[in-house]
Design a binder for this molecule. Structure first.
Ligand code: R5P
Length: 367
């Protein structure tokens, strides 16, 4: 932020982005700051993201008609603006369903498009309906593709999300998708807790998570193990095998999401059976469906660490659960998208996460 300027003044100014080592200098004319809007699924996160950008969440009525249909009315002028709508596709502690969240998002995008926003980005910290990303048997839908189609047709020009259940969901869109990672925030927490190097082993709880676990193991300078699981029926998991040495080490299981908690509880049990001294788990999205919290409370897991892509009820009441904020990651991504800078640069490098800068828009200086 240029010294002595408010964020609005700075956005109105001709700003020069200082070159990083990897990027040549370029000048960007920003006529106005981006606008941030939020539905009801994760307003606290939206507010935190906006604050880190030194902006505020725009006025919007997102409620229901008496007949329970979703009702949206954007409360400020968006004509010609770059707009970001923050909304996880998840249920909320106060009773909004996954479908409410999706419908709110779609109607907000439609309203913004009809109100002449210049570019609308759907910021979806948790992309719901991602589990059905292929047909596993006949006569099933591909729900993740349906959601992608709806987002595109209502007017999204870009998607910003985090740790998609399957990275190939990006291919369901013909518009840009920035699939951010919670990895730097989670690794930083683990390092601060001393959970790194040779005393730990990073564990993938299934074959599908091996790539993610490899990235964590590299960042934490640790070895890797893989649990193999099968699902005899939806939402039920069984461990079939473990590859890699966990004996005498602290195991850190890394997953993209916790739904019923069964995957992590079963994996923890199996790993302890193979001689791991303690088990910690980290995951990007804490869905905690059904009795997941009880399942994990009863398990031998020491700590369950998630981010705030999904709002949690009374997380402080459960000492085993830790929720980390990924607002800075999203704020940084929005800052970079708005100023046409690299987003993947946020996740490059082997060690210190680049996303932990205290201020957003830190680099512009008035030329
Ligand atoms: C599996 O494909 C995912 O990475 C997670 O392991 C899974 O979705 C977790 O589900 P649950 O907590 O219901 O076992």
């Amino acid at each position: 932020m240029p010294l002595g300027l408010s964020s609005e003044e700075a956005w109105g100014a001709r700003v020069k982005v200082q070159p990083s080592a990897a990027h040549r200098e370029r000048t960007i004319i920003l006529s106005q700051p981006p606008l941030i809007f939020s539905g009801n699924s994760n307003p606290l996160l939206a507010d935190e993201i906006a604050k880190r950008l030194k902006l505020h969440v725009g006025k919007a009525l997102v409620t229901e008609f008496k007949n329970a249909e979703t009702r949206v009315e954007i409360g400020e002028n968006v004509r010609g603006s770059e707009v970001f709508v923050v909304q996880s596709i998840c249920r909320t502690p106060d009773g909004n369903s996954v479908n409410d969240a999706l419908m709110e998002l779609l109607l907000m995008i439609d309203a913004l498009r009809r109100a002449s926003a210049a570019r609308i980005t759907a910021v979806i910290p948790y992309y719901g309906y991602a589990k059905q990303d292929k047909k596993t048997k006949g006569r099933e839908p591909i729900s993740a593709k349906v959601v992608a189609n709806l987002l595109k047709v209502t007017g999204s020009k870009r998607i910003v999300t985090m740790d998609l259940h399957a990275a190939q969901i990006q291919g369901f869109f013909d518009i840009p998708v920035d699939n951010l990672m919670a990895m730097p925030v989670l690794c930083n927490y683990l390092k601060k807790e001393g959970l790194c190097d040779e005393k730990i082993v990073v564990v993938s709880p299934d074959a599908g998570g091996v790539h993610r676990a490899e990235i964590f193991a590299k960042r934490l300078n640790s070895s890797l193990a893989i649990v193999f699981k099968r699902r005899p029926e939806p939402d039920v998991s069984e461990v079939t095998d473990i590859v890699g040495d966990v004996s005498g080490r602290i195991a850190v299981i890394v997953d993209d999401m916790i739904s019923t908690g069964g995957t992590l509880a079963r994996a923890a049990e199996a790993i302890k059976g193979r001689g791991a001294t303690h088990v910690y788990t980290v995951a990007s999205h804490g869905i905690f469906a059904g009795d997941a919290v009880d399942v994990l409370e009863r398990s031998g897991i020491e700590k369950v660490v998630v981010t705030n892509t999904v709002p949690l009820e009374n997380v402080a009441m459960h000492p085993k659960f830790v929720q980390l904020s990924i607002a800075q990651t999203f704020a940084d991504a929005i800052s970079r998208i708005t100023t046409n800078r690299s987003v993947s640069e946020l996740f490059s490098g082997d060690d210190t996460p680049k996303i932990e800068r205290p201020v957003l828009f830190p680099e512009p200086v008035v030329s």
